[in-house]
Design a protein around this ligand. Structure first.
Ligand code: ARG
Length: 325
């Protein structure tokens, strides 16, 4: 199997809700007029607490420096598993790579940041941890580094220290609290050619979400995510946002499919702790449940198929109790 280290170097940013006007001009360009920039990796997520942005160095130049725009100090590299023939797998999303990428990295004490899109799953690793990540993953993968669009094999000098890897059967307690808002989500994509038809909807969802009825009081959380990576557009949006789009303007593999979201972390999770994604994705992968995973500046989010939601809660709660024992 092949693992690709992509050319992008990305930064993780948080913008306070009240300060969105500081970055609006930059975000309109990165989200809608991205052909006018050299940005190849952009993701925007509104959570209940902030706007979380992941952007490559070219895109980062567009973002104004401001006290309400917090930039995480590390530079992150983007890893991606070349899917190839095993795309026919019955599970989708992060579940496909939970055991081969997420768990080994957690055991190697490499902190990750995950970003699933409609098209694929990206695993972000701090530039400073790349040596450890390569050493760890060379066990399962042939690793290639993207350079000017070409994939160059990465030589591996250190044999993997297998002692560091935990027995895959050992359950990991879930250490952070989680909640499940009532919203029903969809994971969709959009043909870039049709962006002009949906631009006003996107502007409304990105910058004027206060007009939506979603509120924590009634059990719904604000969550909207939009990304453009190498020209591929991906959206994670709830049913209230979805109905704003003209019919057939978005596509999804199975039109009716709905997802529930598990939000992990009651306080900011930070960037150094490892194993958070592993704790959640391991038991769900063991149960063959598809998961999409979106890390944001403050908290993490796992999307699971609505029909599996009860099983997911039972599984995750049992893992949470492990910690209490
Ligand atoms: N670093 C965590 C892990 O390795 C995931 C990211 C949590 N932090 C965050 N700000 N969302 O599992």
């Amino acid at each position: 199997m092949e693992l690709h280290i992509l050319d992008h170097k990305v930064h993780v940013i948080s913008v306070e809700k009240y300060a969105i006007s500081v970055v609006t001009r930059a975000l309109v360009k990165l989200a809608l007029l991205y052909k006018q920039t050299n940005c190849k990796f952009f993701s925007f997520t509104e959570t209940c607490d902030d706007y979380s942005i992941i952007v490559d160095e070219e895109g980062f130049k567009e973002i104004p420096k401001h006290e309400d725009v917090k930039v995480q100090l590390d530079s992150w590299r983007v890893l991606n598993v070349a899917v190839g023939a095993y795309a026919t797998n019955k599970v989708s999303g992060l579940t496909k790579i939970a055991k081969s990428v997420i768990l080994p990295l957690a055991d190697y004490h490499v902190s990750v940041f995950c970003m699933s899109t409609y098209q694929t799953d990206f695993i972000l690793v701090k530039e400073d941890d790349m040596k450890a990540a390569i050493e760890c993953l060379s066990f399962k993968y042939n690793i290639f580094q993207e350079k000017d669009g070409e994939m160059i094999p990465v030589p591996v000098n250190h044999p993997v220290d297998e002692d560091k890897l935990q027995d895959p059967g050992t359950p990991r307690p879930i250490v952070h609290p989680f909640t499940v808002p009532l919203n029903r989500f969809s994971i969709r994509s959009l043909d870039p050619e049709t962006l002009p038809n949906v631009a006003t909807v996107l502007l409304e969802l990105m910058f004027y979400s206060d007009s939506l009825s979603t509120s924590p009081q009634d059990g719904h959380d604000r969550f909207f995510s939009y990304s453009v990576v190498d020209g591929d557009i991906s959206l994670v949006l709830d049913s209230e946002a979805l109905v704003k789009f003209p019919p057939h303007s978005l596509f999804g593999s199975t039109a009716g499919e709905c997802w529930k979201m598990v939000r992990i972390g009651a306080t900011p999770l930070g960037f150094d702790e490892c194993g958070i994604v592993a704790q959640v994705s391991q038991p769900l992968a063991d149960a063959d449940i598809s998961t999409y995973y979106i890390s944001t500046f403050l908290t993490d989010h796992t999307l699971v198929p609505e029909e599996d939601a009860e099983d997911v809660m039972r599984i995750l709660k049992s893992r949470q109790q492990l910690q209490a024992i």
